[in-house]
Design a binder for this molecule. Structure first.
Ligand code: FUL
Ligand code: CA
Length: 651
């Protein structure tokens, strides 16, 4: 299917949360403009083949009128309790020729019996409703997240379960296969499913990507990300990521929708790395996809189309170092005939072979697409791509696995011949298609950062482009102010910028940053380590960790220099893969004299481990000069606490 959509929508859409706690008021659910046909239209136009809807997320709120709970749309004001989002989604998918998939969270923070065997019966009853009443379902998605705490029918406590045994997956799988024989099961929590998570939510699977895992045994991060060369089960990778930083809709992310160049990178790192792409759209409280997300998705689809519009190998001639049994049916030309089920094959015992494509005339290109006929398994372990330039073979790329589809990018080159050398293979290699393309260059949006001093720098992603910017919220064009170096800024500020390439006349997408209070006079209190100022330096790539001897809970106190009216705070966790010290639960205090402190907010940074993006917490406005964040727990269950950035929010 290559690419399909995720849709995240629930009661927590109305409370600006990433994870609902389970006790949120059903009365909030009233998407007055809900239109699943809009979602389907956008996904279809974006070239996607299906949609997976969060029928029930961790909060336990059901988007369909389940017989087995009161915590569902049937008690919401929306359509006077007669609505059924799953039904409307199923109908819209049918109308637009899309397949329907469903996300049903095993963790349920609303259900009173969660943690007891009774819940498993409830869970299966819900699955049965979903897999019986809405036609064919192509995929079911069982999220592995289990944060423990929840409302649980009013108990408001922490309940931990054993992920391996509690859900009794094997019997649930039998039920699923009986109800939907063609379904694929995604499961990150328990028994191995039919396809696998890639170990991250940031939109990339390993460059080496085997569609194999072992049937039994533990699956580590490496295995998820790269697959297992000698695995005994076919478990292809699915790259799930959101078109915005977070999965659910948050107004603070309206300017953070991924840009076309970012989405193209995701495409190359998923579809181009032998995986499927599951791209998420958050739904707004009114029931629609935001215009910014729609625009990005459609432009992304257009960019993919343009990149692969003309296969330059289509009219070429192909020859190979070896052809199986010298037979025509396995010849090199099968790799350039645009048919996935014909292929070039070599003799048994041969694991190194090359195929040369003669383009007939000097041709400019920068992409090569390779495919293995995966009905015969995944075989290629390593290959190189060469081009005949100025009388000799020049190496363009060295790569590893291919699988269903592998796209290799390299700088634009002009050549008459291209050679693919398979340098290692698990068995005699078989290649069904090779395509050569010249993708248009796409300019990346510049990065915008504000240092603690108030200095704003706009950083282009490449060196040749020129930058234009605005400070009044308007969209920058080549008629806007040209950036000539860092700007000294003072108060609240919105900066928008584009990069522009004179030669092609093309501009990058717009990047935008909203900065709140100036931080020049801020001081970190009671901390002698100067490096702590990495927390305030405006650079998300620099981080600071609390001294190793500190035990949780630990505090970080900031003096804002003068009294301010605050309505929230923001935390950006350290992004390093080792011991990042990501805070998962916190308390936030404010004080006017650094002596008497008031607890203003406390809670969790939901899903922060898998998706370490900006965490924004808001509360009723209140005045103070000092703020304190207290880390109560971290994602690794130890005492490491790190921060890449801390900031405040004012109204
Ligand atoms: C995660 C969840 O916790 C997120 O909220 C989201 O649903 C994502 C797809 O999976 O593990
Ligand atoms: Ca073919």
């Amino acid at each position: 299917m290559e690419s399909y959509a995720f849709v995240h929508f629930s009661l927590n859409t109305y409370t600006d949360q990433s994870w609902g706690y389970g006790g949120e008021d059903i009365k909030l659910f009233n998407p007055e403009k809900l239109d699943c046909r809009q979602w389907a239209r956008i996904c279809k136009a974006a070239g996607m083949k299906g949609i997976i809807l969060t029928a029930k997320h961790h909060s336990g709120f059901c988007l369909w009128p389940s017989k087995y709970t009161e915590y569902s749309v049937k008690n919401a004001p929306w359509r006077n309790g007669k609505g059924d989002v799953v039904r409307e989604m199923a109908d819209a998918c049918k109308e637009y020729g899309l397949s329907l998939g469903l996300y049903l969270s095993p963790w349920d923070r609303n259900y009173a019996d969660y943690g007891k065997p009774e819940y498993i019966t409830y869970f299966r009853n819900q699955l049965t409703e979903l897999l019986t009443n809405y036609g064919p379902i192509f995929e079911v998605w069982f999220d592995g997240a289990n944060g423990g705490s929840g409302y649980y029918g009013g108990a408001n406590e922490t309940r931990t379960i054993d992920r391996k045994t509690y859900y009794d997956w094997s019997n649930t799988y039998s039920l699923i296969r009986k109800l939907q024989p063609n379904i694929v099961i995604w499961n990150d929590g328990g028994d191995r499913g039919d396809l696998r998570w890639v170990g991250t939510e940031d939109g990339a699977v390993g460059e080496t990507n085997w569609s194999l895992l072992n049937d039994k045994g533990d699956v580590g991060y490496d295995m998820l990300h790269f697959g297992l060369e000698d695995g005994n089960a076919w478990v292809p990778a699915e790259v799930n990521t959101s078109i915005r930083p977070e999965w659910f809709y948050h107004p603070s992310e309206d300017l953070k929708v991924k840009t076309v160049p970012q989405l193209m990178d995701i495409y190359y790192n998923s579809v181009g790395h032998n995986a499927t792409l599951l791209l998420n759209f958050p739904i707004m409280p009114n029931g629609l996809i935001h215009a910014n997300d729609e625009k990005a998705a459609l432009e992304f689809a257009q960019a993919v189309k343009e990149a692969f519009a003309t296969n330059l190998a289509a009219k070429s001639k192909a020859s190979a170092s070896n052809v199986r049994g010298n037979a025509k049916m396995f010849g090199a030309s099968n790799a350039i005939d645009n048919k996935k089920d014909t292929y070039w094959a070599v003799d048994d015992g041969i694991t190194k072979a090359s195929l040369t494509i003669d383009l007939g005339k000097p041709t400019t290109f920068n992409r090569i697409v390779l495919q293995e006929p995966i009905r015969l398994g995944q075989r290629v372990k390593a290959f190189t791509v060469e081009a005949w330039v100025d009388g000799s073979w020049k190496t363009l790329a060295t790569a590893t696995t291919i699988g269903y589809k592998r796209i290799v990018r390299f700088p634009t080159v002009a050549a008459t011949q291209v050679r693919v050398n398979i340098t290692d293979s698990k068995s005699c290699p078989v290649i069904s298609e090779i395509g050569i393309y010249n993708a248009p260059q796409i300019l990346n949006a510049p990065a915008i950062v504000r240092k603690q001093s108030g200095e704003v720098a706009i950083i282009p992603v490449d060196t040749e482009s020129v930058i234009y910017y605005t400070l009044d919220g308007s969209t920058p064009t080549t008629a806007s102010t040209r950036y000539a170096g860092p700007l000294q800024t003072q108060g609240k500020l919105e900066v928008k910028a584009i990069a522009h390439d004179k030669e092609s006349g093309k501009s990058s997408p717009v990047s935008g940053e909203k900065f709140d209070l100036p931080r020049r006079d801020w001081k970190i209190v009671d901390e002698r380590d100067e490096k702590a100022y990495a927390v305030l330096d405006g650079d998300i790539h620099t981080a600071w960790h609390q001294p190793k001897d500190k035990r949780l809970p630990v505090d970080l106190t900031i003096d804002l220099g003068s009294e301010q009216n605050l309505s929230g705070f923001k935390y950006f966790p350290d992004q390093s893969p080792w011991s990042p010290g990501i805070i998962t639960t916190y308390r936030f205090y404010m004080s006017s004299d650094n002596k008497e402190w008031t607890l203003v907010d406390s809670g969790e940074f939901a899903n922060i481990k898998n998706n370490p993006v900006w965490q924004v917490k808001t509360f009723a406005p209140r005045k103070a000069r000092y703020v304190r964040i207290q880390a109560l727990s971290n994602s690794e269950g130890n005492d490491t606490v790190g921060y890449a950035e801390l900031d405040v929010v004012t109204n």
